[in-house]
Design a protein around this ligand. Structure first.
Ligand code: HEC
Length: 216
């Protein structure tokens, strides 16, 4: 029992020693816990590339509204957010929305690049990817996947390859909030995380009948 208390005390002392925490405690008004939390959060981000990291802390309109309504805005507002997000979508110059599934397979699996702790631009040779397996099942052979998002195994087999489906898949990856106002899925195209061409490769990985996503 005493040992547990000692451990908690030690942990609390450790937290207070963090420079950001101490700073935030000193600056924030005591009665405003939200402002304190915001300050601790901000001070935990690295400041050596303010243009990249610090701007990621500023919410855009969609994020602000989703926070305000705890991801459940009234229907009218939801439609408004989705419409505004839809208007951000850009397409590859040649207009072709299906690329090469083999390229897409690589991009979907890569989970490195641009993580907190790396300074932009990414080191040469580091491939940025969609890290899709963090949230989705895709090809059957990859057994380590997250379940925050629905399984996309057999996505093309079930939905087909009509122009409509291909465009939906492209748009969803480019800016998922265009369909689900307050989704957990990142806006890969909007934030230039994936280029339009890279997105076309991932679209192919999802819909091409030859892709492992659509095999057993
Ligand atoms: C942080 C988690 C997360 C990541 C990473 C993520 N997604 Fe999602 N995705 C979701 C969630 C949650 C949904 C369901 C809610 C929604 O539709 O937004 C979803 C929905 C989808 C859908 C719509 C499925 C349908 O039934 O119509 C597609 C397609 C999709 N994701 C593709 C991808 C691809 C491709 C990647 C990688 C480039 C990816 N996602 C990365 C969380 C994620």
């Amino acid at each position: 029992m005493t040992r547990t208390i000692a451990r908690i005390a030690l942990a609390a002392a450790g937290l207070a020693l963090l420079p950001g925490f101490a700073q935030a405690q000193k600056n924030a008004p005591n009665n405003d816990i939200t402002a304190q939390a915001e300050q601790v959060f901000r001070s935990s981000f690295r400041a050596d590339n303010p243009k990249y990291w610090m701007t990621r802390l500023d919410q855009d309109e969609a994020m602000r509204l989703c926070s305000q309504y705890r991801d459940n805005p009234p229907a009218k507002l939801r439609a408004q957010i989705e419409k505004a997000q839809m208007a951000t979508i850009r397409y590859p110059v040649e207009g072709k929305l299906i690329g090469d599934w083999k390229e897409g397979e690589k991009l979907a699996a890569v989970g490195t690049g641009g993580h907190i702790g790396f300074i932009q631009p990414d080191p040469p040779g580091r491939l940025r990817g969609g890290n899709c397996y963090a949230c989705h099942q895709l090809a059957k052979k990859e057994v380590a996947y997250g379940t925050i998002g629905p399984s996309l195994h057999h996505f093309g087999k079930l939905r087909g390859t009509s122009d409509e489906i291909v465009k939906y898949t492209y748009d969803k990856i480019y800016n998922s909030n265009a369909f689900t106002a307050c989704t957990n899925m990142p806006r890969f195209g909007l934030h230039s995380w994936l280029t339009p061409e890279q997105i076309t490769h991932i679209v192919a990985f999802l819909v091409d009948p030859e892709s492992p996503v659509n095999k057993d």
